[in-house]
Design a protein around this ligand. Structure first.
Ligand code: HEM
Length: 225
């Protein structure tokens, strides 16, 4: 037990926790995007799906607490390691490394911060209804919470569209390196599997971002109303 604890307190252990919690969050983001695509099927599909999720309070709160814990460990440890590396790293090494690394891997800290700001804003906006309470208590004709109306109202506003698109940029940059980076950290023995997962990483990031951007632009351009 003490051995396990001291492993997780080492840099390698912390990187492992960052990788595992990051992959957990990626799974959520994928399912969230797939769920939100029901917007294209109309108000009944999206609102009854949102009601279905809320009708299982134990599952909902387990997922929420799981997501929150993963986010706290992921962000907390990533910040700790990035501050420690910045303090320890000599300048020449930084320059040398920059030449080899991709833009996405170099900008993990900044894309992570954009994403964190976006998620905070998004929760206050669409979940808590603090930023725009217009549709918070509205119900559709079937009596479901009008999540569809809330999303349509949000993306008819160009300011919200810009903010959400900026969030997608942060998400895309972060995901395009995150999955490959996590696979590397976990150090699978199988070379072909590692190569496949590394190639799949940016593709998964692209699919999630394209799905989200399709929702934002379809509403903004009046394709879905
Ligand atoms: C166009 C993109 C997105 C749309 C349209 C969207 C839509 C929504 C909506 C409508 C809710 C509230 C659901 C309800 O009240 O029942 C929600 C909640 C949430 N969203 Fe998003 N979302 C988007 C992108 C994202 C992204 C990129 C993330 C994370 C990186 C994210 C994280 C969350 C979280 C954590 C919640 C709270 C879930 C809960 O109720 O516990 N969303 N989203």
């Amino acid at each position: 037990m003490m051995r396990l604890l001291s492993h997780f307190q080492s840099s390698v252990g912390k990187k492992m926790v960052i990788a595992l919690t990051g992959l957990g969050l990626v799974v959520f983001v994928m399912f969230h995007m797939l769920g939100n695509l029901q917007l294209f099927e109309g108000p009944h599909a999206l609102n009854s799906y949102a009601a279905f999720l809320r009708d299982m309070p134990i599952v909902l709160w387990t997922v929420r607490i799981g997501l929150l814990s993963m986010a706290v460990f992921h962000v907390g440890l990533a910040l700790q390691l990035s501050i420690r590396n910045r303090r320890a790293r000599p300048v020449e090494y930084t320059l040398h490394r920059y030449r080899q690394a991709s833009i996405a891997s170099r900008t993990m800290a900044i894309s992570g911060m954009i994403l964190l700001l976006f998620v905070g804003f998004h929760l206050l906006h669409l979940t808590a209804g603090v930023i725009d309470p217009t549709f918070s208590d509205r119900r559709d004709p079937d009596g479901y919470r009008d999540v569809y109306g809330k999303v349509i109202h949000a993306f008819q506003n160009p300011f919200m569209v810009l903010l959400y698109l900026a969030g997608q940029l942060g998400l895309g940059l972060h995901l395009s390196h995150a999955i490959a980076g996590s696979v590397q950290t976990m150090g699978f023995e199988h070379a072909a599997l590692t190569r496949l997962l590394k190639a799949l990483g940016p593709m998964i990031g692209l699919i999630v971002v394209l799905g989200n951007v399709a929702i934002i632009l379809a509403v903004f351009l009046g394709i879905v109303r």
